[in-house]
Each structure stands twice: as C-alpha cells, then as structure tokens.
Design a protein around this ligand. Sequence first.
Ligand SMILES: *Cc1c(COP(=O)(O)O)cnc(C)c1O
Length: 660
Amino acid sequence: MFLTRVKRLRLWQKAADSSYVQRLQAFEAKFNEYLATPIPPSERKRPTVGNPIAYFCAEYGVHNSLPNYSGGLGILAGDHLKSASDLNLPLVAIGLLYRYGYFRQKVDHDGWQQESYNDIFQSHLAVTPVFDANGERVTVSVHIRGREVAAQAWLAKVGRIPLYLLDTNLPQNGDVDRFITGHLYGGDTETRIVQEKVLGIGGVRLLRKLGVSPSVFHLNEGHAAFSTLELAREHIAANEGASFAGAVNVVRAQCVFTTHTPVAAGNDVFPTKILSECFSDSYIESLKLTASEFLALGRADLSDDSEGFGMTPLAIRMCRSANGVSEKHGEVSRELWLKMFPDLADAGAVPITSVTNGVHPPTWIAPVFQQLYEQHLGTSWHEVIRDEETWATAVNFLPDADVWRAHQTLKNLLIAFVRYRTKADETGEHDTINERENVKRLFSPDVLTIGFARRVAAYKRWDLIFSDLPRLLKMVDDSERPVQFVFAGKAHPQDRTAKKILQELMSINHDSNWQKRAVFIEDYDQEVARYLVHGVDVWMNVPRRPMEASGTSGMKAAMNGGLNFSILDGWWIEGYNGQNGFAIGDLREDMPEEEMDAADAEAMYTTLENDLIPAYYSKDEAGLPREWIARMKNSLVTLTPQFSSDRMLTDYLNRIYDEV
Ligand SMILES: *Cc1c(COP(=O)(O)O)cnc(C)c1O
C-alpha cells in the first residue's frame, strides 16, 4: 500500500538523499545476508528442507500491515514462523487470507463497544499470488455445500519461511462461497466449519500441488484438524484395501497437535447435524467410515451419542503427540481430556505434554533496548539470548542509568502515543470516548504506569481491578505516589457480558484524577501492544486460575524491562522467581469461585499498596530507583531466554517434531 501511494516525486527526492539511500542499502544488505546464511547440516533425520514441517493455523499475526489475526493465537503463530526463520528450520506455513480480517473496535459515548470491518485488498498487502510452472494461478478445490469451491493461494514471506494463505474470493465461486474466507471468527457455525474445511483439507491439497512433502504436520489449535481426515483419505485412495484404522496409524505418525485453551467451552464443538451437512456422503465413504463412525471421531466420550463434534478430540485421536502451552496448561489439559481415555487410571497418564509459549525477541524488544544490546553485545545480540549465562553476564553489566534512561524514553513514547490516540484533532474521531480536546495533562512520565491489555472475557477478570473502587481511586489520587493505568482490549462481538464489563470501566468516577490518569486505547492490535509492552512500568494480569493457558503479553513486557504483576497462572508460574516481578496471591485452588475472586482482589490491592508502589517510588540521590532497576534486570536476565520463541522452537524440535 505504501509503495502504491507514495508519490513519484517523493521517491526521487529520497533517491537524491544519500544518507537515506545508504540506510536503505545497509538494511537491504543486512537482510540479504540474513537470507543467505547457509542452513547448517542437520544431525536430525527430519525435518529437512525436502521434508519440512507443515504448520497449520487459522490466524497469523506477523505484522500490523497484514491484519490476518485476532489476538494471542495469531501473534504466537507469527512468532513461531519468525523463530523458525532465525533458526533456519525448514517450515512451510498454511493459513487463510480473510478479506475483512477481524473486527475493528470503537467505544461510543455510552461506553458500548462498536464493531466494524475494513475491506482489505490483496494488492495492498505484502502478499503475492502463487503461480505454477505453466504460469497458472495455483488453486485448490474443496467440496462444500454440494459444490466444488475453489480457493486461490497467496504467499507471504516471513524471512525464510513461506506462509501460504488460501482465499475463496474468486469469480468462479458463488457469492456465498466467496465469503467463506470473509471474516475471521465472525460467521455462524456453518461458516466456521467450511472455513476449517478450506484450511485443513484445502491446506493439505495445496501442499501436494506445491510438491511439498512434509515430515510433520503441526496443527496449531483444533481449527486445522480436518487436515487429518484428508491425509487419511489420501492414504486410503493410494492403497488398495487400506482400512480407516490402518490409515489412522499412518496419519498419527505424521501429525502433532497443540491445544490452546484450558476451558471446555473454548474448544470448537459443532452440532453433529450441521457438521454432517457440511461433509458429503461420498467423502465419508472415501474414508471407509459409516456416518456414525465418522461422527464418533469428534466425541470425547464415545458412549455419549448426544455429544457434538469436537475438533480437539478429533485432533487428539489423529495425532501422535498433543501438547498444552505451559506446564500448568498441560496438567489442566490432561484432566480435561481424561474422559477420552477411559482405560487410564488417572490424569497423569493422559498423553498430553506441554511446550511453554515464547515470543520473538527481535519483534518485541524495543529499538532503544536493541541499540543498548548492540553497543554491549554486537549485532548478534539476539543470538546471545540463546545462551543464558552469557546473556545474564551481559545484562548485569549494563549500567543502571542506561537501563533506566532507555525505559524512560519508551515510557515517554508511550505517553505521546496515548495522547495521540485520545486527541480528537489527531485522530479525527468524533463519535467515540477518545476525543479529548486537551491532552497535555494526560499522563506523566514520573507516575507509576500500569498496563492492562487483554481480551475482555469473564475469566480475565477486568472487574477485579475496580472491585473496590474507593481503594483503587485512592491509589490513583495519591499526591505523593500516584498510579496511572492504560487499558486496551476487545470483547467478542457476541459477548454482551464482556461488553458490560467494558462499559462499567468506562463509567468510572469523573471527579477524581482517574480522567487524567487512566485511558482506554481503542482497537487493541499489534501496534498498540507494541507501545504498551515497551513503555509501561508494570504489566498486570489477573485471570481466574487456571484459565490462562499461557499468556504471552507479559513476556513481551518483561523483555523491555517492564515488571510483571500477575496471578500465578500460565507462564508466570514458571517465570516468577520472587525477584523478577510480583505475584498476586498464591497457588491455592481449593476455593469456590467467589471466594477466590475476593481473595485475589485483596491480594492485588495489598501487594500494590505495600510492595509495588513503595518499591517504585524509592529512589536514591541521583533519582534512580535502584531496587526497582535491580528487579528489571533480574526480569531481563531470567525471562528473556526462557520465554523467547527460539527456546520454544527448540523445544518443539527436540520434543515434538523429531521422531520419537
Ligand atoms: C501478545 C498479544 C496478545 C496475547 O497476549 P495475552 O497475554 O495472551 O493476552 C494478544 N493480542 C495482541 C495484539 C498481542 O500482541
């Protein structure tokens, strides 16, 4: 889009600007050098360049200019590809290209969330059409609603990694079918099923057309689980006399599955009637299954005929490995899916393991910190992260004042961003909460800043923060040691409870300093996330245990010197060491929900009042909060390597992708 919009005159002006051209050339050289680094000979049998990993996901958050994601799952998938590229791992990714992406959020004067969609044009995106050897556009066909629906392939290059995206918006398809890849998570049940057919079945067919023979199929979340059916169908079609059971053995040997939610309701479960309508009799016959055997593939409890068709049971059945995304989530998943294994005595024996999520350091570490690392460690600083000891020595060596200065610069940048996004003249908005006339007094760089950005969903407990409003406002209004808050997050369009929680937050007290010390930034996305995780002092998370499968935003904050202040759930159970941030409450689980909420709220306020706020405001003669900086460094030292997506990819490679 940038290249189509920029004026020719402007391009010639820049072409005559030698320092600009030099920067561009240096950047190009750096990128070419990155791409040209030879792939070291692998000692592993697989994956290899000829037999790569095929990674399937319903969404990808690679960069803000490719709005093809809704939240954490997509960002994680994007970071997975980037680390695969950095580590030179042969991987081919498959997804869908949504014409309208995910909804954009505004909040009106009544505090009510409004949704809208932008029409994206492929010509404006960094994707290119895929052609075959004859110069024909590569398409695949999937049988849907009694018709053959065509999907065309686009290629996005993520470093060395090809990301193929399928899209059904083709003239030869009927109007309804053209919209299959219209909205991400926006449609009804039937749309969702047919989208997942295009992803899973169409995805496998695309790989075959491209001549890619993966050694491993990684299904990232259940959305892509229909791919296992297609692999079984292929096997049966190619081997006369093959049975479905025989095909399952072959498919299982190739497929691995990652589950991402610890709650039963978070998994795709389709009513069997709608599901049956979406699969033709001949497809089910080609699997050598009866209709009822087919439906049983998606059931957790085989004795329960009333159960819907679950994508997670299908995936667990058809994959040789299943994993959750943190140690705790692995444990919770084993309990959740124990019912699939009636022969097992206890959850401990359920074959679900875990690989804790990570984030991509070069994507999430702010340029200011990258420069600091470059000065002390050279340009390959992000490779040093892979060696915990060298990294620890290097970070501990950084002068406190430099770390603090870098942080304050980022905090000022965040404040400028907050003011920009809430000033009417700048944004041109006149129908939302954020149309302030004067933003000069909004936020201060000297005030402790807490960030809270996440999906608005009941278990994330946004309401815990304002459960004792007078106590909260007392902290915000404190004249010596005040606190300011920056919020962001979307509620699912159909989730009225979540929207009401958001509305309640918007209506907080107008007489206090809340108005100048708390803001809600609309339309949380990768760009907003970047400003927030770079610039806040504290990143807060208060989910109801054990519902946070992992969480990754806290890792991003940690890598920029932000301190986590979080319930001990998901990744934070593994990350917290007593000195690298703050824990809210303990690991107790034996309480009714209401009591747990009350106990956690009390722990949250008390820790803020007694530990966190005093620690932040205790400074030495030079104005440096030494104790706080020590915690920042401890956080940088311990959390950066442990929660880097390089570590995550290495774990997948050694424990999941490699043949057992
Ligand atoms: C990192 C990220 C997430 C996931 O963060 P959680 O900790 O799981 O809430 C969601 N959305 C965006 C835009 C992100 O960058």
